[in-house]
Design a protein around this ligand. Sequence first.
Ligand code: LLP
Length: 421
Amino acid sequence: MDHFLYRDGVLHAEDVAIPDIAAAVGTPFYVYSTATLTRHLRLFEEALAGLPHLVCFAMKSNGNVAVVKTLAELGAGIDVVSMGEYLKAKAAGVPGERIVFSGVGKTREEMRTALEGGIRQFNVESEPEMRALNEVALSLGLRAPVAIRVNPDVDAKTHEKIATGKKENKFGIPIGRASEVYAEAAALPGLDVVGIDVHIGSQLTDLQPFEAAYTKVADLTRQLRAEGHDIRRLDLGGGLGIPYERTNAAPPLPLDYGAVIRRTVGALGCEIEIEPGRLISGNAGLLVARVIYVKSAEERDFLILDAAMNDLVRPSMYGAHHEIVPVIEPAPGLEPHPYDIVGPVCETGDTFARQRPLPPCAEGDLVAFRSAGAYGAVMASEYNARPLVPEVLVHGHQFAVIRARPTYDEMINRDSIPAWL
Ligand code: LLP
């Protein structure tokens, strides 16, 4: 169910009218729906029902502490990839035993912090990292629970910048060397080898690559068990795609994805972990912006918005498509007009869409980017000295600012002047 619908001709987030939020916080802003976050988490819970499992929300997709807390209170685990994410998860009240630490370059400081603060498992990505973790754990008198990330050499058939499971990618150890690496890990006294980890990429819209990767993981589980390892957990990563364009065929549902998991690894008696980010948070958020000017050039009309590539970088970085809709529902029968939709940043790359048909727009109109809850606010920057946009969480008819827009003074005062100036 979509929780961003027109009611009486006005776009709402659950029961809150978007113009009311715009009046309270100014534009641009991100707004998230609690009901959507909840529903998406439940879809994964249902998909894995009956299997021992933990759904670990990948907080890289949306790291706001209030969003993380919303999901954690529903029982989610959290997948973190940095000290900052680990500390934010803790600040959201997530117990250590529900935090999984992924990432290709964990530092010793990060390892120490997580070991001291409590951690479910480290997903280790290389032999040097494994040796470093062993040393850090021993220095603390602890044993670090680890899964080793294997690279299954599977083509995820997604954008090259977000595919991670091919042998030329920087992630994991080659699956063909797993036997050797697990043998070394088992001999390190500071490590407790609990399982296998795999993640092949993001925004996958086909289940076949998952099936191929998980089948390899199942074979590896049997092989490693035969070699004496107690493989009891499988972390299957994230990556299930979402519909960014309503006109395209819908990607597979979590239930279908769950069926792939059952079919490939379900009979191994392992605890299953998954790390979905985008499917939980993506369609739970909008970026709302205002039209500053409508500029008519020789060949085309530009909608110049107060949001820009620094606020939502996906279109300029990946050529990603986001649906853009007017906040006030257009009158039926209104002929759409093609616009180039751009931000005010000083580069041509600051383009959200070219020749996108929209109902005729005027200065001051509000528009909303759909599917902006994942990899939106988290990838924002202050390029062009544009303060980070605020984030708002809606719950029924309530809304709250969950990250305030910094003032210009706050932004400026983060810089400091050296003594010689
Ligand atoms: N686990 C690991 C180890 C990951 O690297 C990722 C995403 C996830 C889980 C979550 O994947 P998801 O379920 O969200 O697809 N900035 C890009 C996406 C980068 C994804 C990186 N890794 C974008 O805007 O499309």
